[in-house]
Design a protein around this ligand. Structure first.
Ligand SMILES: [Zn+2]
Length: 466
């Protein structure tokens, strides 16, 4: 049993972060004694007490959800760890400024007191709750928080699962002072997911728009030869059927997942055609395609891909979910549990709460469209905390780490070779493997048309679970 004494303020947030760290991630029994007399967090072990400064929660008590945190956050701090730690260095976001001599170290062993020089629990809460996204309201043209606004971008931290680093460092420290304690083990897994935005090549809605697409491509885009080639394959599928369609890649994705011992989820839309951003199919169109056979043959999990406008609209999300359930489970009470929002649209304080309202259990939207890596600095799934409701939601986040268009689209990272794209994705995957997390990637069925796309997909997914 881990015994923690804690300050009493910001109680819901503290309860959440202790449960997250000790129960969800470390899997140990723990008890917390809260008291207004406590000014720091202490873990009392046999003969040693671990002491943590209490900076973030204390400072935010009167300035909750404002940008006042900017005055105390220091993402540039690079603290040395002891030789017994596998964590190379600690980026302590909230530092104990009083202890100047220890400013470059993550922990100082002072007899019976081992003092952490950074606010471990506050840093975990700040990152995993996406506090900065809630406070900074600037958005891109899809109302998404911009990667460039994040301290993860400005301080080059997006490729580090900082939360996992903190948790491993805490675990290593506990192992030294409580040698008999045993902790949960985490094993690496890979999850290949496919958002079905477009069923038929090319990626625009309607037959007329598709023809127009080829014309525009010829004049402004890829040139006559490439455009003609595209038009021919479109006509081939029109005449010969869906098996010739360039976007019919469902078997390839599902069989790749099976080959690499990965789990696989197809996220399907039922709210298409509400706005122009909403894909090119209705559910009944699926009947003539190979998606349904692939789902059955490979035991693919079906998830919901909420339409463009559903990220802030609970009633719409419920309607879309029920439409999908009627289609996929016509004679049973089965419910969909997994979800990802179209365009990765996510409004803090609204989207997660909306997903919970629709009784969805898992979300996998939280990755940056502009850059691969760890948007919530974590490679384990975790329960989502609502900063507005001030409670843990029943929704579990399965963080998204790599998306095809993030790597290859010129609007985002725009990497021109498979080698570069694989290198960037592998940097992230190596971290997930180190911490035994789940490497979740999103590969659209519309992103396996070129050699670059195919090679990148195959190489990134090469190593699955043992
Ligand atoms: Zn989508």
């Amino acid at each position: 049993m881990i015994r923690i004494s804690s300050p009493d303020s910001m109680r819901p947030e503290r309860e959440y972060v202790y449960r997250l760290v000790f129960d969800v991630f470390l899997g140990v029994d723990y008890r917390v004694d809260y008291s207004p007399m406590n000014t720091q967090v202490q873990i009392r072990c046999d003969s040693i007490a671990l002491v943590f400064p209490d900076i973030f929660f204390q400072s935010q008590e009167k300035t909750w959800l404002t940008d006042q945190y900017l005055a105390i956050v220091d993402p540039s701090a690079d603290l040395k760890t002891p030789v017994w730690s596998e964590v190379e260095s600690i980026c302590g976001l909230f530092l104990n400024e009083q202890n100047d001599s220890m400013r470059n170290y993550a922990i100082s062993e002072e007899g019976e007191k081992w003092r952490f020089t950074f606010d471990l629990f506050g840093s975990i809460f700040f990152l995993i709750s996406r506090y900065e996204e809630h406070v900074d309201k600037s958005r891109d043209n899809h109302q998404r928080y911009r990667f460039e606004s994040s301290i993860l971008a400005t301080h080059g931290l997006v490729s580090r699962p900082l939360v996992n680093e903190y948790v491993l460092f805490l675990r290593e420290t506990l192992e030294r002072v409580l040698p008999t304690a045993s902790f949960k083990s985490h094993r690496f897994t890979q999850c290949v997911t496919c958002d079905v935005d477009f069923l038929r090549y090319p990626a625009v809605s309607g037959k007329f728009e598709k023809i127009l697409y080829f014309l525009v491509q010829t004049i402004h885009g890829s040139g006559l030869k490439k455009s003609l080639k595209g038009l021919l394959s479109y006509l081939k599928a029109l005449v010969g059927g869906y098996r010739f369609d360039l976007f019919n890649k469902f078997t390839e994705i599902a069989s790749r997942a099976r080959e690499t011992n990965s789990t696989v989820i197809f996220y399907l839309m039922s709210g298409v055609k509400q706005v122009s951003q909403d894909g090119d199919y209705r559910l009944r169109n699926l009947i003539d395609t190979e998606i349904l056979q692939t789902i059955k043959k490979y035991n693919v999990e079906v998830g919901m891909h909420g339409g463009y406008q559903s990220f802030e609209n609970g009633d719409l999300l419920v309607e879309e979910k029920e439409t999908l359930e009627r289609f996929f489970f016509p004679n049973s009470e089965n419910k969909l549990t997994a979800s990802r929002q179209h365009y990765l649209r996510w409004t803090p304080g609204i989207t997660a709460e909306t997903l919970e309202f629709a009784e969805l259990k898992y979300d996998s939207t939280l990755g940056f469209a502009e850059h691969v890596g760890f948007r919530s600095s974590c490679c384990y799934e975790y329960p989502v905390y609502s900063l507005t409701k001030r409670r843990e939601l029943s929704l579990i986040e399965r963080p998204l780490m790599v998306m095809d268009v993030t790597l290859l689209n010129p609007r985002y990272m725009g990497l021109a070779s498979a080698e570069d794209a694989v290198r960037e994705a592998t940097k992230v995957k190596d971290q997930v493997m180190k911490y035994g997390g789940t490497f979740t990637i999103l590969w659209h069925n519309s992103s396996l048309c070129t050699e670059l796309e195919k090679e990148t997909f195959l190489k990134i997914t090469e190593t699955g679970a043992d």
